[in-house]
Ligand binder design. Structure first.
Ligand SMILES: [Cu+2]
Length: 322
């Protein structure tokens, strides 16, 4: 086996930023006394109601439109490029099929966060100017979004948007190690009442996020799927999807993480999509359409007690697509 290559700077930076996000969120949750809701049962098998085949063109205009799907009442398309989001000023609350197109040259995400009731967008942007983002991110609740969308591609999720000011954030960094939030990838979306009547799709597969594991989904057939993702907490989690390099297995990655000598260089995988962080007790869906191969779900959100990304605490799950 070739010598493990060093971790990419962008990943290290992402971990650092997310470590602070996570710590801030846990503090906020403790202060607010918010308890995760009871676990929802994985939905019974049913056909995907939001097929992934409706991906908008990479140059698609931002839009809010009634969805053709019976299960969701609206669709929202947002474009990402260097270094901005192109999105509408507002959208109604309720179940929303959200597509992120990437018309840029770098990997992008839309980590969507809802401002807490006592915080304004100006509060957040002012706080984001601080190199330590923990103050800024204590002001929000993570609600998901497409993550790790490669250039020229798109990713889609279904989210239950609640009324309030939301912010689209991209924490991914390029070769210069500067997270895209520092280059302008911070944009507000006002989510308004009344809410639309739609519901989240049930999905045809279910994935549970917990401290610290991916449970319930390790095999998918090729072709489009809608995966219902539930965070049973108590910490926020994401489900990034990576394609493992040839010959690399999940145990190999765990061994690398636990090696006495920290790995350096690019990680032995390619980012291919997934869903950004969601709060404990919440459910969202992500559309997955992958060629056959060996993949893994990975969560980089760190544990506030140790500062370690959840990946290092075992939050990686093999996914075989066949
Ligand atoms: Cu996690």
């Amino acid at each position: 086996m070739p010598e493990p290559e060093p971790l990419q700077h962008s990943h290290i930076r992402r971990l650092r930023v997310l470590a602070l996000v996570s710590a801030a969120l846990v503090v906020a949750a403790a202060c607010g006394g918010t308890a995760p809701s009871a676990a929802t049962s994985p939905p019974a098998s049913s056909p995907p109601s939001a097929p992934a085949s409706d991906a908008a063109s990479p140059s698609g205009e931002p839009s809010v439109a009634p969805s053709e799907s019976a299960a969701t009442s609206q669709s929202l398309t947002v474009d990402a490029k260097e270094f901005a989001f192109d999105l509408p000023a507002q959208a109604p609350a309720g179940a929303t099929h959200l597509t992120l197109t990437n018309s840029g040259q770098e990997l992008h995400q839309a980590q969507i966060a809802r401002l807490n009731a006592d915080a304004s967008f100006e509060d957040l942007t002012a706080a984001l100017a601080n190199p330590d983002p923990s103050g800024a991110l204590a002001l929000v609740t993570l609600v998901g979004g497409p993550t790790s969308v490669p250039p020229g591609e798109s990713g889609s999720v279904d989210l239950a948007l609640e009324p309030g000011t939301h912010v689209f954030l991209c924490f991914i960094a390029g070769a210069d190690n500067v997270p895209h939030i520092a280059k302008g990838m911070v944009a507000p979306l006002e989510v308004t009442e009344p809410a639309t009547a739609g519901e989240l799709p049930a999905g045809d597969a279910a994935l549970t996020l917990q401290d610290f594991a991916f449970v319930g989904l390790d095999t998918l057939a090729t072709g489009p799927h809608t995966v219902s993702v539930t965070n049973n907490g108590p910490q926020p989690h994401e489900a990034g999807i990576v394609k493992l390099a040839d010959g690399v297995t999940v145990p190999d990655v765990i061994a690398m993480m636990n090696a006495a000598e920290p790995a350096s260089g690019p990680p032995p995988w390619t980012d291919v999509g997934g869903i950004a962080g969601i709060a404990p007790g919440s459910t969202a869906t992500m559309d997955v359409d992958l060629p056959a191969g060996n993949y893994a779900f990975i969560c980089f959100i760190p544990d506030p007690a140790t500062g370690k990304p959840h990946l290092q605490l075992g939050m990686i799950g093999a996914l075989t697509v066949q």
